[in-house]
Design a binder for this molecule. Sequence first.
Ligand SMILES: Nc1nc2c(ncn2[C@@H]2O[C@H](COP(=O)(O)OP(=O)(O)OP(=O)(O)O)[C@@H](O)[C@H]2O)c(=O)[nH]1
Ligand SMILES: [Mg+2]
Length: 841
Amino acid sequence: MEDNEELQISPQNRFKFLSIRLSLKWIASVLELSVSSKIQWDVECCSTQVIDGDGSFNVTGVEQFIKEVKLGECGLSYAVVAIMGPQSSGKSTLLNNLFYTNFREMDAFRGRSQTTKGIWMAKCSGIEPCTLVMDLEGTDGRERGEDDTAFEKQSALFALAVSDIVLINMWCHDIGREQAANKPLLKTVFQVMMRLFSPRKTTLMFVIRDKTRTPLENLEPVLREDIQKIWDSVPKPQAHKETPLSEFFNVEVVALNSFEEKEELFKEQVAKLRQRFFHSIAPGGLAGDRRGVVPASGFSFSAQEIWKVIKENKDLDLPAHKVMVATVRCEEIANEKYLAFIESESWRELEEAVKTGPVSGFGKKLNSLLHTSLSEYDSEATFFDEGVRSSKKIHLKEKLFHLAQPAHQSVLGHLRSGTLEKFKEAFEKALNGGEKFAVAARNCTASYMALFDEGYEDAFVELANWDSSKFRDKLGRDIEAHVASVQVAKLSELTSSYQTKLNEALAGPVEALFDGANNETWLSIRNLLKCETETAVSGMSKALSGFDLDENAKGKMLTSLKDYARGVVEAKAKEEAGRVVIRMKDRFTALFSHDSDSMPRIWTGNEDIRAITRTARTGCLKLISVMAAIRLEDGVDNIEKILSAALLDANSSAATKSTMADPLATSTWEQVPPARTLITPVQCKSLWRQFTTETEYTVTQAISAQEANRRSNNWLPPPWAIVALLILGFNEFMTVLRNPFYLAIIFVGYLVAKALWVQLDISGQFRYGVLPGLISLSTSLIPTVMDLIQKLSEQGQAPATPTNRLPRIKTGASSRKFENVSTMSSNASSGVTSSHSDKEE
Ligand SMILES: Nc1nc2c(ncn2[C@@H]2O[C@H](COP(=O)(O)OP(=O)(O)OP(=O)(O)O)[C@@H](O)[C@H]2O)c(=O)[nH]1
Ligand SMILES: [Mg+2]
């Protein structure tokens, strides 16, 4: 019907009719637009220019577009459709009808001029999966002139590299024509295809516009023949000389009625065609066998890079490009994840918390954060090249681990130091509680290492599996060092306590033993040392059993204690040897000035001072010979013999001495090693000399006292004088005896003389010689005589009692006498004592 009507209309009327129809259509479209304004708005917001007319890539625009259509979340499930064809061939119109996009179409009333410039992109509305459509600038346009081929080729190559389906728009009447407009286009397509190293398989859909009555079944073979011819004529590289067209392209052909003349039919056909774009990437779909798809999140970058390479007129190596896109995108994703990790609240809190102390559940918390970050990376990078993806994941992991490890170490550091402190406390408590050292150390170490292990487990990050054994080792070492230092302190405390005990037990007794030095001194010292050492060693060894010491160390400590005890004795011996002269002098005084009953001696004149001196000196010689050497080992020496021979018997053997060598003219004793020598023979000699010199005065004093005593007791003239006196004075004696007057005078004279004698203590006065006696007498004679006369006169004036007069005088005289004797004895003893104290000073 329609065809018949068209046949009846003349060409002039037909133009008018067409004009009217277009006007009506425009009005209708405006109305339609106003009705479906919401849809239009939606669509508008989702279209953008990818490459402008000058060939610049609109980076920000495309990225914004990708974000708006949420392409990044699509993974591999998206498709890209592009359309190419001659200028003003209704490409934009077709796309808008097919995908409900809003590409600019030519205003039919302005005439056929270029509308679409560069490459535009929009998202198909209502098609699953997400399908992007690219509207390319028409080929063969007069606007670009001669230069157009370059852009034509570039945009064709771009469309082929990026799209899964390429629609090739062509006029129906061009099919089979030698000079058809689409032939150069196809040639271009096939040529640029060769520049893709490993081209993806693209579906080429030839859309025949303004189809005529010739059925598609007849047109399609002709078209395919044309295509094959063009494919054959395109120069190919050696590798693809024999490659069939089907290797690179799936060829589909559809024919549409004219949009302008049979719009209803056109829309019907387009709606039908639209159905073929649903699930186009599913197997059997329009792009079911596509290859090498770039994941959606890398689309923008991939398109940019492809355009860059195309602009630089380089060949496009799609597999390499894919790896490159994967590298860049995976890196971007990894960086995003890394930054997100750093800025995440949970990580910040965790990082802050570990600064102050251990965090419970740290390992699990950090592990979950790391796991989240890595799994997010995985899910976003999942569609990128496997090798690139995993290598970037490793890199991300390393970065995250590097970032998080200090926190982990800080936790372990806190754990280590905290455990060490707790260990110290518990150890000290255990020791104070009386637990044995080794047991306490073992138990505390085991329990606190277990406590650390518990914390270590808690802080263990499964994903990272960091080897943090060094913290455990360090704790072990610290605990060991602490135990060792405490052990050293305790042992030294123990040692010093036993040393103090030994000092107390040895020093005093040894000094006392040296004080009474005799033949048994060193034996007693040895016994004392042995006994005290044994006590100390057994005590110490018992105390040491609580420590974890090996036998060797224990033995060393006990030996050193024994050595110490020995050292105490030796030091004491040295100290005593240093003051041997004082000791000798003391002993000499003690022996010399006291008798065998330890009573102070009174030098009456009967003592054998020489013998006493010799005995005292022998005692002193014993002292020096005991002190001369340390005799802590059993053994005999002849020091005493040598000394006594050389020092005591020196005088008796004076004659032989001059001929024999001096046995003391040496610095070593015969059987005593120098280490045990306290006083060398030479020193003995000089000390002896000093001693004898310093004690000589005591002896002299004793002799003087003895002589004085002797003198005071022996005031009678010698016997011969008495005999001479008796013979010569016989006559005088007889005269006196015969005359009683004389006898009375003599008797009175005797009484006066006796009284003066007693009063003046004549014998006492002359004890120290004649001259001192005379001087002393001369000063006290006159007062005494005066005193005596006064007493006599007093007695003369008093009434005389003849019966008691004489006895009274007698009693006074005898008491005086007694008094005098006791004074003398006390004087004598005080003389010895004073000489003794002089010597002591
Ligand atoms: N004869 C005919 N004309 C059509 C058809 N579809 C659209 N047109 C008209 O062709 C003219 C150009 O339409 P566009 O859709 O702008 O063509 P284009 O190919 O996008 O043009 P450029 O973008 O400039 O290359 C418009 O006036 C449309 O009305 C069709 O099927 N047959
Ligand atoms: Mg257009």
